[in-house]
Ligand binder design. Structure first.
Ligand code: IPT
Length: 933
């Protein structure tokens, strides 16, 4: 057995875990709280010497050849070894505690200087994160070792250091016994990936310091302390300002211990559960509008610098997110400082996931009674327990943390019992969480019932059962690729039942590794087992830019609900601690795309309360396209928006003046000649192949009726049924095509290769003397057919027509179930702007509820609604390309005028697409017209 496989010695000489803090040398600096100013803090980050060995056994006693590597970083991001993405499967055999004999090793070395002042005091070294384990040497003497990649390791190195120059050497192993506990769904990356620093301490100064709070008081484990509110000293806490995620008020407690001033940001708040199972923050029922967050960066791997974290938290705020689950390990402590300050409710998760045990015998099975599962093995008890202990002891002083989570996807065993019992005994002020408790019907001490990817109906069953613990979706609305589409529907139910306290969307950002400007994922690095692009499942892209799914979550999480009846606008404030008067409500009456009346309201509405306002507007008697009330809640930016359709009579479209019309019925085509146009209808294929108006060709190729869309990641299951029907290898058949007066009637069908037709249709094209083409589609879908991806006409138009205008849902792409972030209105766009760079190219750019699109000098319009899509990429190309750089533009721009496009859902990991969002009707009738602009 190698030492790093020895469960009886998972660390040596590491200091007992204490609460996180930085000691300062003066009171002023401690209040200011900029750690870089502290004389007692020395950050060792920077360029270090580095030597990489594919096998630890090859590390020589004396290393003569050194490279340079930045610390913090992951060595795979700097050309050593390769990134390795696997989700559930372990990247080596499941033979705990043993890891591969060829264990890669990175040796790090750096010099640091200590002056007399430091030498007269004690010196500690702190590693905030090293993957997977490390051995520490100072001035060539062995100090100690540690495991637990995402946990803090501190060593007292006072007896090893000298005044002047000192040498630090750290030997990091890629794998160790602890790796079995770190089978999280991420790129497996190694090295010193978080800050390393020295602390200068008084020999006798306090070590662990605990701050506890109630709504009335602050308790500090040390005697000598002062409380500040900003820069003002507080003598009494008579009317304390409480902390919550909306108004994260922080006091500063400065502990004086020997020469040290140790600051803590303290938020006063109480967490509770009501008799109805509500989550209470300071007695108020709060819903958790959450997200799962991993440490991930396309260039830095698992290193997420402070400014990067801050920027990403501000983006979360922008999306109305108020809760973060630190999936599936504790982040660097600075992350919690930010959450305390910016205001988030956090579920702090232990660095434990042993998911790969489910697939140790092939397949996927939670056979947790089998003794192979290390969560039930005594010899692993300490390894499990010390991880939750190190997390709780490090993070216990943070007001943002409301739940302790025992880890993720680790089955259930006696070691979980131990962890839950210890945690609940150690901290009674927070809730204990473990989703795996579902495997034993939650019959353990967890305080919340937690599930992942539960469908809406099943969630409702939980809401109605008599377990009065809060119900929490620790993961839901899997945001892979184009999506998620179901978050809105979840929230209609979550608001309905007190016990449903919300959940965390899976997950915040795409995990990718950027190589030459292209985002890469599993399989791109020659991994022996991998999960392809399953790591690209973020609500935001790797660079944290938003997509439609991000905005959809923003809409579902927003803090107002409005409705309009006559001129009466009802506004409900969904904030828990904020009066709506802090924002401005802007309302607009928009008729056929023009604002005809608008106004501002400052709504003095207390949290959870509702008020009615009389809006001053008069509606027109009729309109052409539609009349809407657009609501926008504005702070520094728009925090919420809604749209209500108003009851205004819609007049049918204007008629064009008549002209001459001539039909020439030939063998393969029908020519239609009018005053200023010439159309060619292909009888063989039953569609238009040329539309020339005023001498200009509008079509670049023949029009087609199609059903395919490039499968989204959320179509990853249903696509097998679509491919089973061979929708992607489709034949279009024309049985009959005839000219009757000014109507061309086509009878036809669509069928996948080797399959019977799934759709039989009649298309009637009526050509009016002014050139207008009226398209009427009537179709019947085969009874036992899977729901269709979409259905509509694909027009190929010349690329030179860049911009187009539409009256429909926009401006971002939207789908029948992912449309709450959009508004119906008049918009302009281009094929280029419609492109969304999903990591694996896929269907995108749809717009629902459209009445008009004006493109290439043509107007496509309807009295009802159609969906459309304008793209420079063919569905086939989007289907084939696996990375964005493999995409080749189509020769022509493709315009789809669709009867419908199926919804998006979140079936990449979540439940199947809800029935109401599937294109599953068996009889379809659909009309629109094409005319000259
Ligand atoms: C679930 C995991 O908890 C999460 O880490 C991630 O892997 C997610 O799936 C998929 O992206 S586990 C799944 C088998 C339900």
């Amino acid at each position: 057995m190698r030492s790093y496989e020895n469960l009886n010695l998972i660390s040596e000489n590491r200091e007992p875990q204490r609460s996180y803090y930085i000691p300062y040398d003066t009171l002023e600096k401690a209040i200011e709280g900029n750690k870089y100013d502290s004389k007692y803090y020395k950050l060792l980050n920077g360029q270090w010497d580095f030597a990489y060995f594919e096998r630890d056994i090859d590390v020589p006693d004396i290393i003569t050849k050194w490279d340079k590597i930045p610390v913090p970083s992951n060595w795979q991001m700097h050309g050593y070894d390769k990134p390795y993405y696997t989700n559930v499967n372990y990247p080596y055999p499941v033979d705990p505690p043993y890891v591969p004999d060829d264990n890669p090793c990175g040796v790090y070395a750096v010099d640091f200087n200590l002056d007399t002042q430091w030498i007269n005091r004690d010196t500690y070294i702190v590693f905030e994160g090293v993957n997977s384990c490390f051995y520490l040497y100072v001035n060539d003497k062995y100090v100690g070792h540690s495991q637990g990649s995402h946990l803090q390791s501190e060593f007292n190195i006072s007896q090893f250091v000298n005044e002047g120059n000192n040498k630090l050497t750290v030997k990091v192993l890629k794998w160790c016994a602890g790796s079995y506990l770190e089978d999280q769904d991420f790129f497996r990356l190694s090295g010193i990936f978080r800050d390393v620093y020295l602390l200068s301490r008084d020999k006798e100064s306090a070590r662990d310091i605990e701050i506890t709070v109630t709504n009335k008081n602050i308790f500090v484990s040390e005697k000598d302390f002062v409380i500040y509110d900003g820069k003002n000293k507080i003598t009494s806490l008579d009317n304390p300002i409480l902390w919550n995620a909306e108004k994260p008020h922080l006091y500063t407690v400065i502990v004086k211990s020997c020469s040290e001033y140790i600051p803590f940001k303290v938020g006063m708040r109480e967490i509770g559960v009501s008799g109805k199972g509500e989550l209470l923050i300071n007695g108020i029922s709060v819903k958790l509008k959450g997200i799962n967050r991993h440490d991930t960066h396309p260039n830095l791997g698992h290193y997420t610098p402070y400014e990067h974290m801050r920027a990403e938290l501000l983006k979360m705020k922008e999306l109305n997110i108020n809760c973060i689950r630190t999936s599936h390990y504790p982040p660097t402590p600075e992350f919690f400082n930010l959450c305390d300050e910016l205001g988030f409710y956090v579920v702090d998760e232990t660095d434990i996931e042993i998911h790969g045990f489910t697939s140790r015998n092939t397949g996927y099975e939670y056979d947790i009674d089998n003794e192979d599962w290390i969560c039930g093995q005594k010899q692993w008890k300490n390894a499990f327990l010390e991880r939750v202990q190190r997390m709780v002891e490090r993070d216990k002083n943070h007001p943002c943390i409301i739940m302790w989570s025992m880890g993720n996807e680790s089955g259930y065993g006696s070691n979980h019992d131990e962890m839950i019992a210890w945690t609940k005994n150690r901290d009674k002020s927070r809730l204990a969480h473990y989703e795996g408790s579902g495997l034993i019907n939650d019959k353990c001490g967890v305080d919340v019932v937690s599930r992942m990817y539960t469908g809406i109906e099943d969630m409702e069953k939980f809401a109605k059962n008599n377990d009065m613990r809060p119900f929490f979706l620790c993961e839901y609305s899997h945001s892979m690729g184009n999506g998620p589409g179901d978050v809105w529907d979840y929230w209609q139910k979550i608001y309905q039942y007190p016990k449903l306290i919300g959940g965390c969307v899976w997950e915040w950002a795409d995990h990718t590794v950027e190589v030459d400007g292209v985002y890469k994922y599993g399989g791109d690095f020659g991994e022996a087992t991998h999960d392809h692009n399953f790591c690209c499942d973020g609500l935001v892209f790797a660079d944290r830019s938003f997509k439609a799914g991000s905005l959809e979550v923003k809409a579902a999480y927003q803090y107002i609900k409005t409705c309009i009846e006559g001129n009466k606008l009802t506004v409900k404030n969904l904030y828990d601690f904020t009066n709506l008067k802090e924002y401005t409500l802007l309302w607009k009456i928009v008729c056929d795309g023009d604002v005809i009346k608008s106004g501002n309201l400052v709504c003095d509405i207390e949290p959870h309360e509702t008020k009615v306002y009389e809006l001053d507007f008069i509606l027109p008697e009729s309109c052409k396209l539609g009349c809407y009330l657009d609501i926008s809640l504005l702070g520094k930016y728009e925090v919420a928006m809604e749209q209500h359709a108003l009851d205004v009579n819609i007049q049918s479209q204007e008629n064009y003046s008549a002209g001459e019309l001539q039909f020439i019925d030939e063998k393969e085509s029908i020519k239609i000649i009018g005053t200023n146009f010439l159309y060619t209808f292909n009888k063989h294929y039953g569609n238009f192949e040329s539309i020339v108006i005023d001498g200009e060709e509008k079509l670049a190729a023949i029009t087609k009726l199609t059903v395919w869309r490039a499968p989204t990641d959320n179509d990853r299951n249903v696509k097998h049924q679509w491919c089973g029907q061979n929708f992607n290898k489709m034949f279009s058949k024309v049985y009959d095509c005839r000219l009757e007066g000014n109507r061309i009637i086509v009878e036809g069908s669509l069928a996948g290769i080797s399959r019977s037709p799934f759709l039989r249709f009649n298309n009637i094209f009526t050509i009016l003397s002014n050139g207008e083409i009226q398209v009427e589609f009537e179709g019947k879908v085969k009874e036992d057919c899977v729901y269709l991806p979409r259905l509509g006409f694909e027009f190929q138009i010349p690329k030179k027509n860049k911009r187009f205008k539409y009256f429909g849902m926009g401006p971002s792409e939207n789908y029948i179930d992912m449309c709450h972030h959009s508004k119906i209105g008049m918009y302009e766009s281009s094929a280029k702007e419609e492109y969304v760079p999903y990591i694996v190219p896929q269907e995108h750019g749809n717009h629902i509820k459209t009445k008009i699109i004006e493109i290439v000098g043509l107007k496509f319009s309807t009295n009802k609604e159609f969906e459309f899509n304008v793209s420079n990429y063919a569905s086939e190309m989007l289907t084939k390309a696996m990375h964005t750089n493999e995409l080749k533009e189509n020769e022509n721009t493709i315009l789809r005028i669709d009867y419908k496009n199926s919804g998006i859902g979140s079936n990449s990991c979540g439940p199947e697409l809800l029935e109401q969002y599937r294109l599953k009707e068996k009889y379809i009738s659909f009309k629109f017209s094409i005319s000259k602009l």
